[in-house]
Design a protein around this ligand. Sequence first.
Ligand code: ARG
Length: 562
Amino acid sequence: MNEKEQIVAAIQKAMPDLDQKVIMSRLERPKDNKNGDYALPTFFLAKQLHQAPQKIATDLAPKIDQSAFDQVVVAGPYINFFLKKGQVGAGVLEAILADPAHYGSSKLGNGAQVTIDLSSPNIAKPMGMGHLRSTVIGNAIANILAKVGYQPVRINHLGDWGTQFGKLMAAYEMWGDEQAVKADPINTLQKYYVRINTEADSHPEYNDAGREWFKKLESGDAEATRLWKWFRRESLKRFMKIYKMLGVDFDSYNGEAFYNDKMDEILQLLEDKNLLQESRGADIVDLSAYKLNPALIRKSDGATLYITRDLAAALFRKRMYGFKQSLYVVGAEQTNHFAQLKAVLNEMGFTWNKQIHHVPFGLMSLNGKKMSTRKGNIVQLEDVLNDSIKLARQQIAEKNPDLANADEVAQQVGVGAVIFHDLKNERTNAIDFKLEDVVKFEGETGPYVQYARARAESILRKAGKPDFAGQDLSLDDAEAWPVIKQLGQYGETIERAAKEYDPSLIGKYALTLAKLFNQYYAHVRILDDHPQKMARLALVQAVSDVLKSALQLLGVKAPDEM
Ligand code: ARG
């Protein structure tokens, strides 16, 4: 029984006619600790009992068994419950210290597989800030799901197929310089791509050439395949560098090209169900019943499309992983695409389409400016990360000039700052990125959380890394209580984040815990002699452990010193 269930049971014992579920749903957590840890408003009983809420509260409170609480207090129409601080505190601290890495985890997922489509950049283009969002949000969701007992499968659905590669090859045929590509592959290819897109407005034949090349690629032409492999290899090399910096790994890199030979089955299945309709030479699936535009499955020249490959990918993933849920962490601008994908799967009779969830996120702007790839004004993620590391390095030099592994820490702080900035915001919000705001050591930033934890570690070092085994940890300072309560809510926060696919709940949780801990540290001289010194140090240890765990869930490192 958790503490909430205990309170519900105590209330119900005093008022046996009340349903446990009803009490559970009415019980509140007051914002202000003055009003207790839980509160029962009695308004909802007024009608049924024909009494004023104040009177109900006054009559009911004395009937509740008080022995499980520090206090049960009537405040107007509310009954406020104050938990036994010492007992709850010891319970929370013991649970954390007994197994810090495990604290907050659960078996909610029962080992079920969840595929997570994340990052999925397009080859022959630099990875931009947009893909950063998918990468870090997807990775954090995978970490969070693992923590509650699911088995995440991280899939990088590389954009390595499609008509744009036809265009790129057409451009390479006209302007390509092998040496230039070898020297700086992605930027050079990107230049060709931007140029052909710009010039195609006045040279429509460039578009035809692009289509021709893509057809060659789809039918396995040797030169087209050679170029494609080369572009892909160079792109992956660059992507891997960024993934290494971010600390993200994938279980699969099966991108769009992987499904090229799985397209026929999809077309066959659609035909068997009589779903394909001809429209100006192309094949479409009518989705008017879903209030959606028709899904274009095959172009008039026979080329398949993004959605055709996604249909094949969905089926492949179901067969391969038997997923319980299948997530697509992709920008909100593709909402329509995923609605169409689910609708077509439904028409095909795949009722597991309900397990598919598009997990959208908002656009990221840079210093208030929108970013776009097609026109070439893209910000390169690698540059952003490197700038952030540089700035972190400067701040460390000012704050802690003697730090031994300053470069390593700067890496952790700089990269962590970028990740944290992305994740502290509700994912569907549009966010702006300003480096100076992101890498600050104060305010709602990753470095702020990392710094709070490093401070906790420094206290523990000064105390000689105490061993808490067998110590009395029933800490009951009023100052410690908000920290203990926040620590106690870690597990339920993770569960909510898992259910809502929302890492920002963990980001906000970590910020609050860091803030509460800093307040505690400002008010209590932890290292001074005091009967509860050991319990206070245990609190510091617990905060350090939980902050580290929360940062880890987000994919952010936690340096011991900074
Ligand atoms: N490559 C696509 C893009 O950059 C994202 C792919 C998302 N995943 C998917 N299965 N459609 O827009």
